[in-house]
Design a protein around this ligand. Structure first.
Ligand code: SF4
Ligand code: SF4
Length: 357
């Protein structure tokens, strides 16, 4: 179900009101065959959930209202039971997505994967220039393998979405990246947010675009999507003038409509919060979901509690992440410099484009 549809939005609103974990991100393994420099995954060496453990977790999620499950890793395709898990999830009625680098998908296993009925495959590309992509993943030939997998899955009728992290490496390649996605018949999604990892690593932050690069990036994207400018303008206007209505709005979906399960069964508020609330196969899910003290206090927070954002002219262009604030400012209600910087560049690019048309 496309996330832009009315029915999806209604489902989200209902889930938000009743605090139903509609969206689960399920990390099946932290093992990986790539070495991406920005990777947030901590390579602990614990015993992963067994096939039955994963199925049990899926049953619990289903009983508690989860509808969308994204399977990820590490590299989820490294699990030999991946086909069984994906098939079980579909039979259970979930809408499923597999995040994969595609580097171990080829003619030997693609058809088997298609038979699982997985709704969407999402693959990351970091540049349209193979050597730049490979430099970031740390593995020569990974670009060629990812592209090969995307092409193969598309030829077998699968939906494939390409994702990117916009950075110093690719901010000047917007046109080429969208052209590459077009050629494959895939949507390209991307964002320029490069965060501190859950274990506190910051080395990769030097790949963040500087202010001018960010403005160039957003301008190039608007340039390519001029037909969407009216829609964006309406969204911006409604956000600019409706700040007061946000006093009832939660900051984001973490531990409200979203959760993350790690390969060992631990439950987290979302991909970016590192505090485990309990374990899905060992604890009673309902008690964890409603009783965790962090979740309880987080759910009380509203957008209007972020004092610095009041009257901010960048508000409509901002993506506020309380987990990033916690990691960088030790306070969920203090915006990071990075959020404000990206929002400023986005606003500048938007109004520059508006002036031109
Ligand atoms: S905005 Fe940040 S904290 Fe909220 S759900 Fe997204 S990643 Fe998690
Ligand atoms: S730009 Fe900064 S101050 Fe403005 S809304 Fe975003 S986080 Fe808040």
């Amino acid at each position: 179900m496309p996330r832009s549809t009315k029915i999806f939005k209604r489902l989200q609103q209902k889930a938000e009101k009743r605090r139903i974990p509609l969206n689960a991100l399920f990390e099946l393994t932290h093992r990986c065959n790539l070495r991406c420099s920005h990777c947030y995954v901590d390579n602990e060496n614990h015993t992963e959930l067994t096939t039955d453990g994963v199925k049990k977790a899926l049953d619990i999620l289903k009983d508690n209202g989860t509808f969308f499950v994204i399977f990820t890793g590490g590299e989820a395709m490294l699990r030999s039971d991946i086909y069984e898990i994906l098939t079980y999830a579909k039979i259970s009625g979930f809408v499923t997505t597999l995040f994969t680098s595609g580097t171990i998908i080829d003619g030997n296993n693609a058809e088997r994967l298609i038979k699982t009925g997985t709704d969407d495959y999402e693959m990351s590309i970091y540049s349209d220039i193979p050597s730049d992509h490979d430099a970031l993943t740390g593995v020569d030939g990974s670009f060629k393998r990812t592209m090969g997998a995307a092409r193969l899955l598309k030829s077998l009728g699968a939906k494939v979405t390409l994702k990117t992290v916009w950075s110093k490496l690719n901010f000047a390649r917007v046109k080429e990246m969208y052209a590459l996605a077009d050629k494959l018949g895939c949507e390209l999604r991307g964002a320029p947010y490069i965060s501190v990892t859950n274990s506190g690593d910051t080395a990769h932050l030097n790949t963040r675009c500087n202010d001018d690069e960010l403005t160039e990036l957003f301008s190039s994207m608007y340039e390519l999507q001029k037909e969407r400018i009216d829609e964006t303008f309406n969204e911006v206007r409604s956000k600019e003038y409706d700040y007061e209505t946000l006093k009832d709005k939660r900051i984001c979906g973490a531990c409200v409509t979203k959760l993350r399960i790690d390969p060992y069964g631990n439950i987290y508020p979302c991909v970016a919060f590192g505090n485990a609330m309990g374990n899905i196969t060992e604890d009673d899910f309902k008690s964890v979901w409603s009783g965790d003290s962090f979740a309880k206090s987080f759910c009380e927070l509203r957008v209007t509690d972020i004092k610095k954002c009041r009257d901010c002219d960048r508000f409509a262009f901002c993506r506020y992440c309380p987990a990033d604030s916690l990691k960088e400012c030790s306070d969920m209600l203090i915006p990071t410099d990075e959020m404000c910087r990206v929002a400023k560049a986005h606003r500048t690019a938007f109004y520059n484009t508006m002036k031109k048309i």
